[in-house]
Design a protein around this ligand. Structure first.
Ligand SMILES: Nc1ncnc2c1ncn2[C@@H]1O[C@H](COP(=O)(O)OP(=O)(O)OP(=O)(O)O)[C@@H](O)[C@H]1O
Ligand code: NI
Length: 360
């Protein structure tokens, strides 16, 4: 079950543009069922940047691909999952309807710009093609619009560079060109999956600044995916921390860094290079994310958790509020802190039962 939102109903702008509820995406391989995304819920409001952070294999990209309608066999979005974009249920769309959402409503920027650019066409050609298909703009008007877009993403000498091929662009400029191509669809929503991971830190900072500027100018909503807590601190308004297919903590960004609650979040923060580590000393997290190939009837982080106790192995932690002031939840049997251990365990068990009843 999702937590109640406390948004002021009169404040139209705080209405979510994207609401993901109970999203489950599984891959059915010969050997096992991989629950890559295992019942996650979060939303994104207009004009804000929501982050998803977690180590490799935690399910970040599968979440993005699920929203974009890009899950192919042997993957499947399970019944009971809901992805609402601007009020429209995306999980029920036909392929053709989904293509039109991708062409106008939602744009996606990947880590590797090559994935979005075709090496045999000039950059200008590709932007003009997108303008034609998605907005019906052609001819001289398209050339002008394409030039404006390259300028908007900070590519110098834009008019000339329209005639160049992707390989003539540096990595950072190529990623800017991809962002320009996404903007050609005039999207309301941008999903960025590790867009700066392949770039060196200076260029990375420039791209993050560009995204912030574009967001402000165009009132874009952004879902930003990264494994890098430093990048999250820089760009996100609210953060979802993901582990083995599940969201383990949700909070506004300052609150998350000031008061991290889930032991996994603490470990992630402590592993930021240069951050002086906490007394409890978890500078790096030992081990790796397990493949989520079993039902989540326990805490998947327990084997790596310094605070785990017996119940963590057989009780599925549920999201509980961990702050009086902020919209901040953690799925961990250590909370709510003011209860005794046995009462906490009881509370999580009862929330888990409510949840399965709600699903049937
Ligand atoms: N096509 C597929 N077939 C089988 N399993 C898959 C497939 N795609 C993803 N998975 C599995 O889903 C899980 C989540 O993968 P995902 O790519 O979403 O992780 P991620 O958080 O994006 O990691 P990274 O930081 O490495 O990009 C992994 O266990 C992965 O092996
Ligand atoms: Ni990924």
């Amino acid at each position: 079950m999702s937590s109640e939102t406390h948004a002021d109903p009169t404040a139209g702008d705080t209405e979510p543009i994207l609401t993901v509820e109970n999203l489950q995406t599984a891959f059915y391989t010969d050997r096992e069922t991989i629950r890559a995304v295992d019942s996650i819920s979060f939303d994104v409001k207009r004009g804000e940047t929501v982050g998803i952070v977690g180590e490799s294999g935690s399910g970040k990209s599968v979440t993005a691909r699920s929203i974009m309608g890009l899950i192919d066999s042997p993957g499947r979005i399970m019944p009971g999952s809901s992805i609402k974009f601007q009020g429209q249920e995306l999980t029920e769309l036909s392929d053709a309807e989904y293509r039109s959402v991708r062409g106008s409503g939602i744009g996606m920027v990947f880590q590797d710009p090559q994935q979005s650019l075709n090496p045999v066409y000039t950059v200008g050609n590709q932007i003009r093609e997108s303008l034609k298909i998605n907005r019906g703009i052609t001819g001289e008007e398209a050339v002008e619009e394409a030039t404006d877009l390259l300028e908007a993403v900070g590519i110098p000498d834009a008019k000339r560079r329209l005639d160049e091929y992707p390989h003539q662009f540096s990595g950072g400029m190529r990623q800017r060109a991809v962002i320009a191509m996404m903007l050609a669809c005039d999207p309301d929503f941008l999903i960025c999956d590790e867009p700066t991971t392949a770039l060196d830190v200076t260029i990375q900072a420039q791209i993050l600044d560009l995204l912030k500027d574009l967001q402000e100018e165009r009132n874009l909503s952004i879902l930003f995916i990264t494994h890098d807590m430093g990048v999250i601190a820089d760009i996100a308004d609210r953060v979802n921390v993901m582990y083995a297919g599940q969201i383990v903590e949700q909070a506004p960004v300052e609150e998350l860094f000031a008061n991290p609650k889930h032991p996994y979040t603490r470990a992630l923060i402590d592993s930021i290079p240069g951050e002086h580590s906490r007394k409890e000393g978890l500078e790096t997290i030992e081990g790796e994310v397990p493949t989520p190939n079993e039902p989540a009837d326990h805490c998947r982080f327990a084997p790596r958790c310094p605070k785990a106790f017996d119940a963590c192995e057989n009780v599925p932690p549920q999201h509980v509020s961990v702050s009086d002031e902020h919209d901040h939840t953690a799925a961990c049997l250590l909370y709510p802190e003011d209860l005794t251990e046995s009462h906490r365990v009881e509370k999580h068990l009862s929330l888990a039962n409510d949840d399965t009843e709600g699903d049937t």
